[in-house]
Ligand binder design. Sequence first.
Ligand code: SF4
Ligand code: SF4
Length: 134
Amino acid sequence: MSYFRVNENCNGCLSCVENCPASALSYIDHGDQRTLQHNMTKCARCGQCWRICPQDAIEFEHLLVGQWDDVVTMDLVRCRVCGRPLYSIAYQQKVFAGMNMAGEPLCPQHRQRQAASKWPLSRPGKTRINVGGK
Ligand code: SF4
Ligand code: SF4
């Protein structure tokens, strides 16, 4: 996970707050104390606060990097012919349970091939219609 921390070197000069172009830094005074605040949803990860801090107090992981954080991992169903990833097992269970049927795990390409190989065998007595008289 990305993080923004201010370590014990901070002396509260507020240079970072005053120079943040995104208003992602602020402070609040309560009683005899001042607390520095940072809002990650506003932060543009520009690094200005980190560069300007005279105390080297700002520690910022993933500075200037659009970091992707893993939020959930789940098991996959793959095409039984080619192994191509299709959907999660949880999704399969939800969808096929709703349709009250079991689905064969096939990618679109192999589903099409399977359907073509069954037709016209799956329809006894039916023959292909010649299109264009050929
Ligand atoms: S990285 Fe940039 S936008 Fe984020 S708090 Fe620091 S100065 Fe503000
Ligand atoms: S610029 Fe550095 S020392 Fe000054 S308030 Fe910000 S973090 Fe603290």
